[in-house]
Design a protein around this ligand. Sequence first.
Ligand code: ZN
Length: 191
Amino acid sequence: MTNLIAINSVDDIPKKYLNTPVADLLQYHNMSKPIDVAYDKAELLVGMCMDNRKRLIIPNNFAFIIRAGGANLRYSAFKVSYAIAVGKIRHIAVIAHNNCGMVNVSARKEDFVNGLVEFAGWQKQKAYEHFDEFAHKFEIGNEISFIKNEANRLRLRYPKVMVAPLYYNVDDNKLYLVREEKNKFLEELSE
Ligand SMILES: [Zn+2]
């Protein structure tokens, strides 16, 4: 998994994230840093998939969490802005994961339609229309490429906020950092 950086000790955390809530998240979740810490406000905004296989090990009050299919925050813009403007968040972690249901959504079209007919009482035609209206908006393609793009999109939109793309492995329940190519433009923007 060369796209991912395993984080097992503080030494594995890239310098730019040290002493930030992103490093704290990695330490709480991956390194069993004690979570009985009293936060009086949220330090981090986490965007993660709604998938049920993931649970972050973090202290109370540490983070705002927006859960949306594929960790796609495109349709949560107001909530992100609110967390920054009113919640005074300066750091965001967007977390992809393996085996995400938002990868290759179109392959699940028949399951989706049949499920709505059987379990929700929909008419088949309506279920097809519903799928066709929304599936392309929620398709993330490759989860790692998507999360890198999502991080860059948020960096451009909120230039004073640090955004870290992370990856949750549902097999070992660990967080990884997503390796990013050097991006001069974004680095200058964040200085
Ligand atoms: Zn997912």
